[in-house]
Design a protein around this ligand. Structure first.
Ligand SMILES: *Cc1c(COP(=O)(O)O)cnc(C)c1O
Length: 359
């Protein structure tokens, strides 16, 4: 079978160029006589891969001085614990915006460690929108304000950066990192699992403002302390070497696309193609409200569950996979991360138009 257009929410498509380079180098990385998977993380060859990937990542997101980029394991979900453990000691309190599944999980985890307030929630309308700045109930004494910039399951995305005064921002960017420029200096901590926009599963990138580290709660597991990993440059233990290497290849590809500035235009155009055809259709409606719609995960449904099932079966047969929506939302979800080619979206749009006409 040929490569398919894989609309999976994660792990998801990686740039073909990155996969091909990895394939070409898989048994013998640049004359080292071994695979990156077989190298000591303390070797010179690997250290160079690590340093180059760090440099490329910092350049892509213009990470300023005073911030450390950590390459960790444990997935974004481990950060649901690491964030409060490292940061809540400041005042014992934190504010959470609950706008979807993952921020809800992060909120529930944080309840173990301090006094947590729901600063905003979109639960009243099944997370189909992002609350406005004016709706945020902010506590100036919070240790941090937590939000998730793109709600992978519900298909909503924050179109603004919350203003929280002196309260540091913490953001889960797992499903939209590297899809648009961000002003890192506005944040205390940014984290993201790699398997949506960056690399294979197994790597978690954490950007930490160094001034906030070193104040973890006393019982914080050593491996979850930001200070531990800052001091050891992410190598207190073996880092996810292969995934770091793959991130480097993805970042080379990203640069060839014009970096995050180029990607912002590309991804917005891809999303617009889909939203436009869905809005124009007779059969389909989008789950997310206009103004809150995600450019990464497009959630929609047809007029009945039977027709949804037919759509999913027919798209799969036509080479578009993983379009079934998450059980919390139902219907369909097209995840169109950075590595989804424009042609993949154009072909899906064509399919939707035809399906709309014929049913
Ligand atoms: C996928 C996802 C997670 C979970 O990531 P893991 O790496 O599996 O822990 C958390 N937050 C968001 C926004 C996600 O999309």
């Amino acid at each position: 079978m040929d490569r398919v257009y894989n609309f999976s929410a994660g792990p998801s498509m990686l740039p073909l160029e990155a996969l091909e380079r990895a394939g070409a180098e898989i048994t013998n990385y640049q004359g080292s006589g071994m695979s990156v998977m077989e190298m000591s993380h303390r070797s010179k060859v690997f250290q160079k891969i690590f340093d180059d990937t760090q440099e490329k990542f910092r350049k892509a997101l213009k990470v300023p001085e005073g911030y450390k980029v950590l390459f960790l394991q444990g997935g974004a979900s481990t950060q649901f614990s690491a964030v409060p453990l490292n940061l809540i000691g400041a005042t014992g309190k934190a504010d959470y915006a609950v706008t979807g599944n993952f921020s809800k999980l992060a909120y529930k985890e944080a309840l173990k460690y301090g006094e947590i307030s729901v600063a905003a929630t979109s639960e009243d309308q099944n997370h189909t929108y992002i609350p406005a700045q004016s709706a945020l109930k902010l506590d100036p004494k919070a240790s941090y304000f937590y939000y998730c910039s793109n709600n992978t399951i519900y298909g909503t995305e924050w179109q603004y950066v919350p203003e929280t005064g002196d309260v540091p921002l913490v953001c889960d960017m797992s499903s939209d990192i590297l899809s648009r420029p961000i002003d890192v200096s506005k944040y205390g901590v940014i984290f993201a699992g790699a398997q949506k926009n960056m690399a294979p599963a197994g790597l978690t990138v954490v950007i930490v403002k160094e001034a906030l580290a070193g104040k973890e709660l006393p019982y914080t597991p050593l491996m979850l302390g930001y200070k531990t990993m800052i001091d050891k440059d992410s190598m207190y233990n073996t880092p996810p070497c292969w995934c770091i290497y793959m991130l480097g290849l993805t970042l080379d590809w990203l640069e060839s696309q014009g970096g995050v500035e180029g990607m912002e235009k590309i991804k917005h155009n891809k999303a617009k193609l889909l939203y436009d055809v869905l809005d124009d259709s007779r059969l389909f409606t989008c789950a997310a409200q206009p103004g809150s719609r995600s450019d990464m995960n497009v959630t929609f449904r047809s007029v009945s569950e039977e027709l949804d099932a037919k759509f999913i079966a027919e798209t799969a047969a036509a080479g578009f996979t993983n379009l079934k929506g998450h059980r919390n939302v139902g219907g369909m979800r097209a995840s169109i991360y950075n590595a989804m080619p424009v042609e993949g979206v154009e072909k899906l749009v064509e399919f939707i138009r035809k399906f709309d006409k014929e049913n």
